[in-house]
Design a protein around this ligand. Structure first.
Ligand code: NAP
Length: 336
């Protein structure tokens, strides 16, 4: 299974079965290295890139846009970005899901990305203090204005997506076509409801943190400090909850399975996410060129039913040992 192309849900758009995530660009990867990573990914068949306005407060989008200007490949790429995260500390309206913010945020992203359209514009988190009809109407207007092609979500609950479908249908608005969900072998909770819902209603799914932020690469060892320079070497509170002892039961259970295929744990665990029913394109987040090459090689790792059963013994379907989301799953205050 080399890099192949899959339909982005019910749209007619074909995307590579790995998506290049740009979260490290400008945060832990220098611009020149980021440009080289984008070029190599495209050379190796990637046509799908994901960023967000909030990644390094615009710097990731700027670097991504510059990379596509430099290599002249903008029109070959399905370019995804997001809004919702806080873009200023001193202005409560520079965040969220209001019409006011969405239109401003979109204009700013287009400028940083140096393009006149975004292929997939995603709301970064559900937002219970804003009616979904307000958000959908603003996004629908951006589609009509030609600034956005498709709209998507990230880290929504299944019921919130179904609610958004009711609203879109009732109001005659474009619907969300893709959900970006946290999914990896340390957190399989999305299998309980989100994945069956996505398949039922034709959502593409593009999992984030498919390697658990690097925990599933084999470089962390039980009882040892994280190697310096790695993401978990200076953990924040959220990462500390993920870097717990239970993850090593899973890591140590998976290592022999990867060894049977003679591939690194990183490729085995990424190949597992790629192979799951309903998954369109996991988003990889390489910090270095070597990591990119390793991640792309996962496309050549073929897992079979024996692998899937053995993995289920190590971490059963629907289970979680490290939490990758704590989103706003409260009821909407306003219903359409
Ligand atoms: N929607 C959301 O809320 C959300 C949240 C998170 C991410 N995302 C998206 O998903 C993308 C991927 O997320 P992620 O970065 O968390 O994905 P990930 O693939 O789970 O983790 C990537 C990290 O793992 C380490 N790594 C990768 N390959 C490695 C290898 N071969 N050997 C050793 N270490 C390796 C690197 O961290 P080190 O620094 O330790 O080397 C790398 O930055 C992001 O770029 C972003 O586009 C979305």
């Amino acid at each position: 299974m080399a890099i192949e192309y899959r339909l982005l849900g019910r749209t007619g758009v074909q995307v590579s079965n790995l998506c290049l995530g740009a979260m490290m660009f400008g945060m832990r990867t220098e611009p020149d290295d980021s440009y080289a990573i984008v070029d190599r990914a495209i050379e190796r068949g990637i046509n799908f890139i994901d960023t967000a306005n909030v990644y390094s407060r615009g710097v990731s989008e700027t670097i991504t846009g510059d990379a596509l200007v430099r290599n002249g490949k903008r029109d070959r790429i399905v370019l995804a970005t997001k809004f919702h995260g806080a873009m200023a500390d001193d202005d409560p309206n520079m965040r969220g899901a209001s019409r006011r913010h969405i239109i401003k945020a979109c204009e700013a992203s287009l400028e940083r990305l140096k393009t006149d359209y975004i292929d997939l514009y995603q709301i970064h988190r559900p937002r219970s203090d804003t009616a979904i009809d307000e958000t959908l109407r603003a996004l629908d207007d951006l589609i009509t204005a030609g600034k956005v092609r498709y709209i998507g979500t990230s880290t929504f609950a299944a019921w919130q997506l179904v609610e958004s479908l009711w609203a879109a249908e009732r109001l005659g608005l474009n619907r969300f076509i893709c959900e970006q969900q946290p999914y990896n072998l340390l957190d399989r909770r999305v299998e309980r409801e989100l994945m069956p819902m996505a398949e039922t209603y034709g959502f593409a799914t593009i999992p984030w943190s498919p390697l658990g932020g690097g925990l599933l690469t084999g470089k962390y060892q039980r009882g040892q400090e994280p190697p310096s320079g790695t993401r978990f070497s200076s953990p924040n509170a959220m990462q500390r909850r993920r870097f717990n002892d239970r993850i090593f039961d899973v890591i140590e259970g998976l290592e022999p399975l990867a060894a049977k295929h003679d591939v690194p744990l990183s490729q085995y665990t990424l190949a597992w996410v790629m192979a799951q029913r309903g998954v369109t394109s996991p988003i990889i987040g390489p910090r270095t060129m070597a990591q990119l090459d390793d991640n792309l090689d996962a496309a050549d790792v073929a897992l079979d039913d024996e692998d899937f059963s053995a993995v289920d013994e190590v971490i059963p379907p629907g289970q979680m040992v490290a939490p990758f989301y704590e989103a706003d799953f409260g009821p909407h205050r306003f219903r359409v």
